[in-house]
Design a protein around this ligand. Structure first.
Ligand code: NAD
Length: 344
């Protein structure tokens, strides 16, 4: 996902510290830190700074000037080397480039912190497995930043979903150079892969991808047909070279057609009803939602899982499953349509 969903909230935070009470008992604020405060990490810092039961203690970035700038804005300590804050934070957002997720997350877990790792969870499945094992062994919460799970349109869809037979998703974005070190599958499509895997709850039987580069050396437009073991089929399309933004998912099930807009959050349901004589007719229902600060909801859910000792909404295993399917699609695209300059 590009800019949307992260930009809400006050730009400066002079948080008034109050004693916190839950069920009459005073509780200590949880200490949070953010490692990597480039484009997205800054917004993680903003969300922790906005929560009353959390104290943002530090931000770390190799680029110390950037860390200092973000720390000034949200009132915390800035360091260049993240090792300096291990042990100081109960929970950490890891928002460094994906190839560094594993090394940073491993160090945080070993220091006893709960972790929220941005998507894609890691570079490889082996790295994801290693973090899943380590988090379980240490009894720490391991959440992955698939932020669309907190989209009110997705939540509305989940409420009425029964057995999906056919799904189609479109995620189109205009071109931005950021994130183009990976293909559009790992950059954008992985959001819909995660949503769809969570909706279908069945193993993937077959993947048929096609994709090609347009403005970068990686695939910029991609499509995949996912066939699930339970018979459901999902057609997933993503582009980062479109002239306008579009994010939609449509689901067909035996008794209903469900459509959601994730960009301007909206849910539409067409349901088949039968009258007294058994004749079928269609009835529709529509809900529109205000723009929600999805990242704030994600961070809030992470804090709540840590405080309550409950499983996170998007677990390390969910992150690994989405990565597994994304890597399979990416690999298949390379075979299906090698860019001419790399042709065999
Ligand atoms: P970015 O390049 O803007 O920021 C990364 C920051 O990490 C930089 O400031 C860099 O100096 C810092 N950094 C790198 N290695 C470090 C280290 N070892 N210790 C401390 N700091 C270090 O990147 P970004 O666009 O913010 O993306 C960061 C992550 O967030 C990526 O994994 C990306 O895939 C993910 N992301 C997710 C979404 C989403 O929709 N959930 C959107 C954008 C980015």
């Amino acid at each position: 996902m590009k800019d949307e969903g992260f930009l809400h909230g006050a730009r400066t935070h002079a948080k008034v510290r109050r004693a916190l009470f839950f069920n009459g008992w005073a509780v200590k604020p949880l200490r949070a830190a953010v490692i990597g405060v480039g484009y997205l990490g800054k917004y993680h810092a903003q969300k922790y700074a906005a929560l009353q039961d959390v104290e943002l203690v530090a931000v770390a970035d190799e680029n110390l000037a950037r860390a200092a700038e973000v720390a000034r804005e949200y009132g915390c300590r800035a360091v260049a080397d993240f090792h300096a804050i291990l042990g100081e934070a109960d929970l950490v957002s890891i928002v460094v480039p994906t190839e560094r997720h594993h090394v940073v997350a491993q160090a945080c877990l070993e220091a006893g912190a709960h972790i929220l790792v941005e998507k894609p969870v890691t570079r490889t499945l082996e790295e994801a497995d290693d973090l899943i094992r380590l988090a379980a062994a240490r009894g720490r919460v391991f959440q992955v930043g698939h932020v669309e799970r907190f989209n009110p349109a997705v939540l509305a869809l989940q409420e009425v979903l029964r057995e999906p037979l056919f799904i189609e998703s479109y995620r189109l974005a205009s071109f931005k150079p950021r994130g183009t070190d990976v293909d559009v599958v790992l950059d954008l499509m992985i959001h819909d892969i995660d949503i769809i895997l969570n909706l279908v709850q069945s193993e993937i039987a077959d993947v048929r991808p096609i994709g090609f580069p347009v403005l970068t050396d990686e695939v910029d437009i991609g499509h995949a047909r996912l066939e699930f073991a339970n018979g459901c089929v999902a057609n997933v399309t993503a582009s980062r070279v479109s002239d306008k933004a579009l994010r939609k998912v449509r689901v067909f099930q035996h008794d209903a057609y469900l459509s959601i807009d994730l960009h301007n959050p909206k849910f539409v349901c067409w349901r088949r009803l039968r009258d007294g004589e058994g004749a079928a007719r269609l009835a529709s229902e529509e809900k529109e939602f205000p723009q929600t600060d999805l990242l704030l909801e994600e961070v809030r859910a992470f804090v709540s899982a840590v405080r309550g000792g409950t499983p996170p909404v998007v677990s390390g295993t969910d992150g690994k499953r989405a990565l597994e399917v994304a890597l399979r699609i990416s690999a298949g695209m390379g075979q299906a349509w090698p860019p001419p300059e790399r042709g065999a």
